[in-house]
Design a protein around this ligand. Structure first.
Ligand SMILES: C[S@@+](CC[C@H](N)C(=O)[O-])C[C@H]1O[C@@H](n2cnc3c(N)ncnc32)[C@H](O)[C@@H]1O
Length: 267
């Protein structure tokens, strides 16, 4: 394998794959859209976009950009992260190089370029979504959807693959993702509560509430408990607040209600 091929991630997508992905996720495209493939290679996705839908390819490698011109589409030679564009795309679709710095650079540029409602559809390695903090970062800017696709659509590839959709809207939905926001929140809790939560013995939320109540002098309001457990780093989903309320209700023998929203450790 040549070094350039490796560095630039030059692995073209089989046309049947781009056809199937465009049909599955972008069947609504019409002449009012403008599609960009930001790393178009020889032009697999460009060939899959119906002729009546405007589409432009961007490709950093001049020789490959020439190949892509055979699709009949306008091809700009350059780096998608920096290239000058005098139009606004509505959809960005493709298979960027599997290098997370480049992928994040592409998403950053895409977010700046797209109007509200604009979408990005990328083939990505599954490791793009392996940590909670990375995905929570994406979810702050986009609604997310991902689905697994077979890795052997690329001969010899040994990485699990996904097709991911990033939608620039206010819904901030996460389809095909579970526990990412929660994991990010748990990681943001003060260390003493993280330690209790990673202990393998006993009902962890009961242990967390007990520890917090002890630190608050044996009695506390629900609001005090939230503030104590959250610490100085406000978290985003606060799913754990519901866990605290549930725990107070469930372990009534341990947490005695002594007033409106006020509890003490039962003796
Ligand atoms: C994995 S290939 C995919 C090509 C095409 N999207 C497809 O699916 O067939 C990635 C392509 O992106 C090009 N490329 C790499 N970095 C780029 C960048 N920063 N801007 C534009 N193109 C880039 C590479 O030369 C390569 O042709």
């Amino acid at each position: 394998m040549t070094n350039k091929r490796k560095v630039l991630g030059q692995y073209p997508t089989p046309i049947w794959v781009s056809d199937a992905l465009v049909a599955r996720h972008f069947s609504d495209l019409d002449e009012n859209d403008i599609v960009i493939d930001p790393a178009c290679g020889p032009g697999s996705f460009l060939s899959a976009i119906p002729d009546h839908v405007p589409a432009v390819g961007i490709e950093i490698d001049a020789a490959i950009a020439d190949e892509a011109r055979q699709t009949g589409r306008h091809i700009i030679t350059g780096d998608f992260q920096q290239v000058q564009l005098d139009f606004q795309p509505t959809v960005i679709i493709g298979n960027p190089p599997f290098n997370m710095k480049t992928v994040d650079g592409f998403l950053h540029r895409a977010h700046k370029l797209l109007p509200d409602g604009g979408r990005v559809g990328f083939i990505l390695p599954a490791y793009a979504f392996q940590t909670a903090a990375r995905v929570a970062g994406y979810a702050n800017e986009w609604s997310l959807m991902q689905e697994m696709i077979p890795r052997n659509i690329y001969p010899g590839l040994s990485l699990p693959l996904v097709f991911a959709m990033f939608s620039k809207d206010r819904r901030r939905t996460m389809l095909g993702f579970a526990l990412y926001r929660e994991a990010t929140d748990v990681q943001a809790l003060p260390q003493r509560y993280r330690e209790v939560m990673s202990s393998s013995a006993g009902p962890v939320w009961k242990m967390v509430v007990e520890e917090a109540m002890k630190r608050l002098g044996g009695k506390a309001s629900v609001t005090d408990l939230y503030a104590e457990i959250e610490g100085e780093r406000p978290t985003s989903t606060k799913f754990w607040r519901e866990a605290i309320r549930r725990t107070l209700r469930r372990y009534a023998e341990s947490f005695e209600p002594i007033g409106h929203g006020l509890y003490r450790i039962a003796i």
